[in-house]
Write a protein that binds this ligand. Structure first.
Ligand code: AGP
Length: 602
């Protein structure tokens, strides 16, 4: 979703901003812009579409000498993706970039319009720059004007503001949207996540909600409420292990192939011969915990759904799963003996973060399962288990899902082990299955070629049903989500046993059923569900170790002794199917239309 970068110092600014925005590109955006002030010279460039359009527009411009600069990638919320709506937004002599949503912008806009201010865009952000200039015109003092502006804003924001009235200062504020400051001697950088700063800043400070301030003469002045406060910087990794495609056509493809390797990293030091070790959790972490509630969105929600089967079956602990955006407004009944778990690849998903804050206000102990250390969700939680998937750039999540599910499986065993609800024999069997997972995730040339061949038969039709039972039902949901995200074809995930309660009415030869038919779990049950669909002429693509006569297409997986190993192998098949269909349809696999990698607004 939207990305922010900023820089104050003597270096060439255009490239710093564009490079930084490039690092945030994978998060999804539909327009971009930069603004630079060098002494009395103001420069502002905006372009809709990809960053290459902005590069093209700025190709004859290079900044000179000391200056202040801000940049932004915008994912449209208020107003269409047009140049006028793109950030930075200009007042008479100031520019602003903003992530988040200003909830009271309509009221502020009306107030400013009544005073004669002319608005150029439909965005909530533009109110910030006009409000600032209103206060500045009165006081002729930039920082108090900025402070007064911030005090009027309701909602979530990460803000950078520069003004010709103070050409040696950058103003910043954070509330609910991530923002960090990077330091390299006298050079000061800003970004909405750490990736644009790697290789540039040596140290960083992650702003907390409610903090604001300004930079001048290489010094950061940080405030909370009315007080200037101190802060402690932390070292930023210098290892620019930035995800490159390494010969793969798309990041998503690379990330599917990486799953086998990263799974080893997820398990390293945690999956031992005779038990699970989670050093992230205090020994008594589960003391007084009698239930688990998990909140997440999208793919992360699907990994949560999978884990509910495991927590109840293996660990014998009650487990409820909630979609974060629903949980927030349902006035849930929360009891102190419930552990509140959030799952998030990015650690910045607005709904999940807010759900976590709600649970904390209710006094619940919290744990996050996340891929990004230092993200807002990790920092907000009492404890965190990192998934160690590495940077995931494809908007369609793959290795994050695999590693989340693995961490949750480990956690279910850990809870069982700590509560003595699992025998040592079962624990060893589960661990043995875990250790087989990396092998099940290997993408062979044969398998990929098969999915490539099959994909040409699934480019039309009136929809897909992914069906499965038990843990294969959330996998069906995830398979359908992957397909619809990148192919734009309609797909649904369904519990196989539910089809006859309605959806089977859709069955005909143009209805494609992707049937997940593991041999280790309810095989005969799902077989009869698929037979019912076949009898109504639905086109069946069966994924199973067991050959199935009625299948129109058949992808054979390995026989295994454990459902989770079958789960991971089938997961790869559904990911490759979505990938190959999307490629054949000519879609942008890594940055599908309308989607953002990290959804930082409600
Ligand atoms: C995954 O393919 C999606 N792009 C999306 O559903 C994602 O899982 C969801 O937005 C939650 O994101 P998070 O894991 O970063 O919180």
């Amino acid at each position: 979703m939207c990305g922010i970068v900023g820089y104050i110092g003597p270096k060439e600014k255009k490239e710093i901003l564009l490079d930084g925005l490039q690092e945030l590109e994978y998060r999804g955006y539909d327009s971009a812009g930069i603004a630079i002030i060098e002494g009395k010279k103001l420069h502002n460039f905006k372009a809709i579409g990809k960053l290459k359009n902005l590069r093209e527009k700025t190709k004859n411009y290079t900044s000179e000498g000391f200056g202040i600069s801000i940049g932004h990638t915008r994912w449209a919320t208020h107003g269409k993706p047009t140049e006028l709506n793109a950030h930075p937004h200009l007042g008479a002599y100031s520019y602003v970039v903003h992530n988040g949503i200003i909830e009271n912008y309509q009221e502020l806009k009306e107030e400013l319009q009544a005073e004669g201010v002319n608005f150029l865009s439909q965005t909530d952000t533009e109110t910030i720059v006009h409000l600032f200039e209103k206060y500045h015109n009165r006081s002729n003092d930039a920082f108090p004007a900025f402070k007064e502006t911030i005090e009027r804003l309701e909602g979530a924001y990460g803000i950078l503001l520069i003004t010709e009235a103070a050409p040696d200062m950058i103003f910043f504020a954070k509330n609910g949207s991530p923002m960090l400051i990077g330091f390299d001697n006298e050079d000061v950088y800003f970004a909405s996540s750490d990736t644009p700063l790697i290789g540039k800043a040596k140290e960083v400070y992650y702003l907390e909600d409610g903090e604001y301030g300004y930079v001048k003469d290489g010094q950061v002045h940080l405030f909370n409420k009315n007080e200037e406060i101190g802060f402690t910087k932390q070292t930023l990794t210098a290892d620019k292990a930035l995800a490159q495609k390494d010969g793969y056509r798309f990041f998503m493809e690379k990330e599917i192939y990486e799953q086998s390797r990263v799974m080893g990293e997820t398990m390293m030091g945690r999956v031992l011969d005779d038990g699970i070790a989670l050093d992230e959790l205090d020994k008594d972490f589960f003391e007084d915990i009698n239930a688990i509630k998990i909140c997440a969105c999208g793919t992360s929600y699907h990994s949560a759904l999978t884990s509910a089967y495991l927590f109840e079956r293996i660990a014998k602990i009650r487990c409820d799963i909630e979609i974060a955006s629903e949980f927030r407004y349902k006035e849930p009944l929360l009891t102190g003996d419930t552990l509140f778990i959030t799952i998030s690849q990015s650690g910045e998903t607005a709904d999940t973060l807010e759900a976590l804050k709600m649970a904390k206000r209710a006094g619940l102990k919290s744990l996050s399962i996340c891929n990004v250390d230092n993200s807002s969700i990790v920092r907000e939680s009492d404890a965190a288990i990192l998934t160690r998937a590495g940077i995931e750039k494809g908007v369609a999540s793959t290795k994050a899902f695999a590693t989340q599910t693995m961490v949750l499986w480990m956690l279910a065993l850990y809870v069982g082990q700590e509560r003595n609800s699992i025998s040592s024999d079962i624990l060893r069997q589960e661990i043995d299955a875990m250790l087989h997972t990396p092998k099940a995730l290997i993408v062979t040339d044969k398998l990929h070629a098969k999915l490539h061949r099959l994909s040409k038969r699934y480019l039309h039709g009136h929809g897909f049903f992914f069906i499965g039972r038990d843990i294969f039902f959330p996998l069906a949901l995830e398979g359908a989500l992957k397909l619809k995200e990148i192919s734009y074809l309609h797909a649904e995930g369904y519990p196989a046993g539910e089809m006859k309660h309605g959806p089977i009415a859709l069955a005909d030869s143009e209805l494609f059923t992707i049937a997940l038919m593991p041999k280790t779990m309810h095989y005969d049950k799902i077989k009869s569900n698929v037979e019912e669909l076949s009898a109504r002429d639905a086109t069946i693509c069966a994924i199973s170790p067991e050959p199935f006569d009625l299948a129109d297409d058949f992808v054979q997986t390995q026989y295994s002794s454990h459902p989770m190993v079958e789960f991971f192998e089938m997961m790869v098949v559904t990911q490759l199917l979505a990938l190959e269909i999307s490629i054949r349809l000519g879609n942008d696999v890594d940055m599908p239309r309308n989607l953002a990698k990290s959804v930082t607004v409600e």
